[in-house]
Design a protein around this ligand. Sequence first.
Ligand code: FAD
Length: 442
Amino acid sequence: MDYDVIIIGGGVGGLTLALSLSSRGVRTLVVEKDPKGGHVYKGELLQPKSMMILDKLDVLDPLLPNSYQLDTIHTYEVELRPGDRPETLCHSRLDYSMLPVKYNYARMAPHEKIRELLTARAEEFSAFHLWKPAVFEKMETKDGVQKAFIKKGKEVYEITARVIIGAEGRLSKVRKTMDVSLHSMQYNHHFLTVTFPRPPELKEATIFASRNHFVGLFPLPEGQVRSVYMIEPGRYKAMRKEGLEPVFKAYRDFMPEMEGYVDEIKKWKEIQLMIPIRHNTSRYVTDSSAILGDAAHSVHPMAGEGMNMAIQDADILGELLVWMHEHNRWGKEYLSWFEYVRKPRSEFVSGLSHQSALVYSFSSRPWQKIRMRALRYLESHPRLHFKHLLNISGLGMWKMNMMDWPRHMGFPPGESRRYVLQEEEMRKRFFTEKDDYPWKSE
Ligand SMILES: Cc1cc2nc3c(=O)[nH]c(=O)nc-3n(C[C@H](O)[C@H](O)[C@H](O)COP(=O)(O)OP(=O)(O)OC[C@H]3O[C@@H](n4cnc5c(N)ncnc54)[C@H](O)[C@@H]3O)c2cc1C
């Protein structure tokens, strides 16, 4: 056997898994087709659970000086008044400090920096091997042995392994070979995303929404800000013809301080069109193969969860594969634990991302009023606030129940004052770290 595990795709998911495995002696080969990376925007918002995982892998400390801490995400519903400051109709805050853990904040980090640090740390272990650039072409299973065909330079190599993992993103070839079915959906909006210099007034993550527009501003280190601007499908082509001024104006309408900063975008080439797609697959595991990250599930970007789900998948799969390696128990019956643990969680987060997308998918005045009311009560009702934080942080899972819908609308009146969060009780009931490794209790 050439390797214990072959991972196709050296994105954040594949590299997190490779580091988790190689640091514990599992011989791992990562195959990455892109020699450079970095030319497309990808996820940069790290949620608390991802930070916990990166810390466990000794990558968090070097990441701290290269990232920007977000304690609170502010959402403003506004009435736009072009040429003047917008009128604030509602201001709500999502406050990470309510989480009773060490990692009670989010962080923005350049995507390529995260990949670079994961690679550098993995290269410290002799069990880690990286082929880059090299392209996965196909795989076969013969007599219980997994064989991957990898093209490196002009040669195609046949490499054997106990397990092959597809971590190659949305268009995963491993997934196609595994013959799992894919359910995908698109939305009635697209996004423009771009990074540019940040005005000093912008210190915290800020979302501005008007009746029919949406802008998200997420501070990055080194005085930069990553932005997303929602547009109607088809508008991109027309906007490009109009030059950059409509983009500058869109940002200035929400935040006049953007003048002189957003204008630093020099070419349309710097702006990326992002078409939100949400997909779920029927299986994550077949025989001796598994898929993780975007290969297994892709979520609407509104929730800022895609990269975090890839890291969290890799953590669980890493723990399982190390256990299989230590106990010399290879086979589908063990690998299936990954799907058992992660699929319900991923589908739940995918559902949340869908709900967040719907909240901003309709532009009527009554819908905006409902949205403002729901946001206000989400902030002021400690139980709702905590539930939401727990779910997006990745630290636990606490589903909405029938009573939460009226709570979002403020019924029964005064109820929020009755709920005082009791840290220990909440930790016991809803933090799910221990449940993540059911195979260990076998
Ligand atoms: C514009 C944008 C903004 C986003 N914002 C956020 C955010 O704020 N927060 C967040 O959490 N998520 C965000 N996401 C989503 C996030 O980037 C992805 O969910 C995450 O990158 C998935 O990681 P992955 O490792 O599964 O796949 P990828 O990052 O897609 O990595 C897959 C790797 O596999 C390689 N590969 C593909 N095919 C082959 C092959 N045949 N052989 C060898 N290598 C191959 C690719 O080159 C790539 O490096 C965003 C995505 C986009 C596009």
